[in-house]
Each structure stands twice: as C-alpha cells, then as structure tokens.
Design a protein around this ligand. Structure first.
Ligand code: ZN
Ligand code: ZN
Length: 417
C-alpha cells in the first residue's frame, strides 16, 4: 500500500495501521473491530433478548445441533407457555372493542361514551400490523426472469412453496418475510451484499432465507408474530418521552412515571415471550444453514457467511465515490477492494468470526458456531447448480440491479454529506 499511515488507539495507545477504504481498528484491544456494534441500550426490543440470553445457552444449542441428525421443533413447556402468553395478549387486545361497544351502547355516562371512542381507536391503532413498511422496491417477474427462476429452482430443491416477490434493497443484507393480509412471501436482496458474492454464495444466502420459509419455527407463526407486534405497539404507545439523561420519579411527574411502569410491565411480558421462543428460533437458524450447505455446498455457505462481515468496506467505498467521483462503477470498485483485502482487514473479520461475543446480528447464533455447524455437516457437492444459460441471464440481471442501486445509493449518500 502506498498511502499507508498510522494512528494511535484512543483506548490503549497501541499503534494502528490506517489503510484508506478499510476499517481502522486496534489489534491490541479490539477497539472499533466492528463499527456497527451498538451498546445494548440502543438495541431494539427483540435484539436485547438475544444479547441477554447469554453464551452458555448458545453453546448448549450448538452442541445439541452438532449431535442431531435432523433438527426438529419439539413441543416443550416453553413453547406451550409462549402460546399461552400470546393468547392472553390477543385476548386482551380483542377485549378492547368489546368493552368499547358495551360502554357505547349500555352506559348513560357521557365520559364513558367518549372513552369508548378512544378505546376503539386504540384497538385499531394496535391492530394495524401493516403499517410497517417493507424496505426496497419490488422487481417484476417479466423484467428479472432469471432471478425469479433461480428463486423458484431453490424453493423447488428445498420443497418450499414458491416465493411471490423479490425486492431489491440498498442494504448489506438479505431477508425473508411474509407481508400483508395475503401473507405475500417476499425475499429481499441487498444489492451491496450480493455484489460481493459468487453465484454459489448467492445461492447459499437465498437457500438460507428460503429455508426459513420451508421450516417455519414458532416465531414465524402468525399467532406469535402478531402478539409480539401488538406488544411492541403497546410499548411504543405507552412509553413516555424522556429528555436525554432525564430520570422519571414518582413525585415530579406522576402520570409519566405511571406510564413508565406500565411500559416496563409490557417489556417484561415481551421479554418473557421472547425467552420462551428463543431456543426454537436459534434451532431454525442452524437448520437454515444446513439447508444452505446442502443446496450450495459447505464452502460456499461458509464463505458467504464470512463475507457478510465486510459491510464497513462497502460503505467506506461508497462514501469515497460519493465524495470524489462522479461517473465511476461503485460495485466494480468494491469487488476490486474485496479481491485485494489487506492483512489487517482479513485479521479483523477473522477475529469477528472467531469471537462468540460479536454476532452478525443478534437474532442469529454467533458466526463461529454457525461455521462450526456448517463444517460439521459438510457437503462437498452442491445439490443445485444452475445451467449456463441461467448463469448468463443472472449476470446480466445483477449488472442491471447494480446500476439501479448505485444511482439510489450515491444520491442518498450525497444528500447526507
Ligand atoms: Zn487499543
Ligand atoms: Zn436466518
């Protein structure tokens, strides 16, 4: 590297190499090893549960997974409790309109009649699961026939029902979800992540996401999912707004303090439900990884998983291009960067993969465990390999997606600069 400088770690004073376009981090104390790392207090409700479940339980689940031939979802007392909890949430929610109707028709008090309206509006507010917006934009089957054929082939190989919609996003990830009243099955493809992957690695990621749909765990059932959603809405609705550093006391602000207590109660319930379904959602991740290994081969599944940690390199490249260059190929440049990864960056990602504390995102088991599990159930020959005409078609379609994504990305970044 020609423009290679050094800086000193703000935590321990150790010398750090600065290579432009890659993360500057401290090899001595791991300072800034994962720029996306956030303190637990800034995590979402769901993520906090995983964080607190601890590593011991996580390790137990890894062991269980290594020693089972076929992963199943047994009916445990925890799961029964989850249904009970979710059932009470639904019952409480549906009692709102019943009370409202009662007050409206059978009470003589004006106040209660007015309150009935409020309750009814509250019920509608809580029951609006569809106000969540999906990220990305839908791709039409006619315009991306190769991509849809790939998704259909993979679903066929896994014996999953076919995907209804593929969406492209500008994030460094991929997702599977069901959306809306008709439960449309959607796969989201983050163009930045996919631009770093070989075709078999892309297949591995798609197979993992599709497997979630073929082998649904309890967290993906409507009953539990909607109960969680309703509780999150309650929490948001009740939680009082606080200034930074403000502490609510019972004397100074009694109403807001009561709101805080109620919000905490809801959080405890939410947390309880999360704990009861946690085992199964982790089992589902191992199962989805196994499927990815079978479909795309273990090597592709492992390298795809490791490449998921290079998001900071992508964002640094994007920011640099947004700042200085006006007509260049963002994704081409990123791929070049991925081909010439300096030793320091390789070490950083290796350390993340080796560490149990650093997880890809907190709804998945630690990367180190996932890699162990993949290698334990090694598959040398991938079950699915697309033919050469599909390969060419996919290459053309991904090039088109990259052009589209680059336009949005650079516009967004430039607007924020
Ligand atoms: Zn340091
Ligand atoms: Zn997953």
């Amino acid at each position: 590297m020609t423009n290679h400088t050094t800086e000193y770690c703000p935590e321990c004073g150790h010398k750090m190499d600065v290579v432009p376009g890659y993360v500057t981090w401290c090899e001595e104390c791991n300072w800034n090893i994962d720029p996306n790392w956030r303190h637990i207090s800034s995590l979402g409700l769901l993520e906090r549960i995983n964080y607190r479940m601890g590593f011991k339980k996580s390790h137990q689940l890894l062991e269980e997974n290594l020693h089972t031939e076929r992963i199943m979802y047994p009916l445990t007392w925890r799961k029964a409790l989850a249904y009970l909890l979710a059932g009470s949430v639904h019952a409480a929610t549906f009692s709102l309109p019943i009370i409202a109707v009662n007050w409206f028709f059978y009470s003589n008090s004006v106040l209660l009649t007015q309150l009935a309206f409020v309750l009814f509006l509250l019920f509608i507010g809580l029951m609006l699961p569809y106000r969540r917006k999906l990220s990305g934009q839908p791709l039409r089957r006619e315009e991306y026939p190769g991509l849809y054929r790939l998704a259909d082939d993979i679903a066929g190989a896994i014996q999953a029902p076919p995907i209804d919609e593929i969406r492209m996003t500008n994030s460094y990830n991929a997702y599977f979800t069901k959306f809306g009243r008709r439960r449309t099955k959607i796969i989201g493809i983050g163009v930045p992540l996919f631009s770093a992957l070989s075709l078999s690695e892309k297949i591995a990621i798609l197979a993992h996401e599709t497997a979630h749909h073929a082998h649904k765990d309890v967290t993906r059932s409507w009953f539990i999912e909607s109960a969680r959603h309703i509780m999150a809405s309650w929490y948001e609705f009740v939680h009082p707004y606080c200034e930074e550093g403000e502490v609510l006391g019972p004397i100074s602000t009694p109403i807001r303090y009561a709101q805080l207590l109620l919000a905490n109660l809801i959080f405890i319930l939410y947390y309880g439900l999360g704990i009861t379904v946690w085992d199964e959602s982790q089992r589902a991740e191992y199962l989805a990884d196994r499927v990815a290994g079978e479909i795309a081969g273990t090597d592709a599944a492992c390298s795809a998983l490791s490449k998921c940690h290079f998001a900071p390199v992508f964002w640094l490249t994007a920011e640099r291009i947004a700042r200085y260059r006006f007509a260049s190929d963002l994704f081409g440049e990123f791929r070049q960067k991925m081909e010439h990864i300096p030793a320091g960056e390789q070490k950083r990602v290796q350390r993340i993969c080796d560490s149990i504390a650093v997880q890809l995102d907190s709804t998945h088991p630690p990367t180190q465990y996932r890699l162990k599990s993949l290698q334990h159930h090694q598959v040398l020959t991938p079950q699915y390999v697309p033919d050469s005409s599909l390969k060419n078609q996919l290459e053309e379609e991904f090039a088109r997606l990259e052009k589209l994504s680059q336009r949005y990305l650079l516009d967004d970044i430039r607007a924020a600069l």
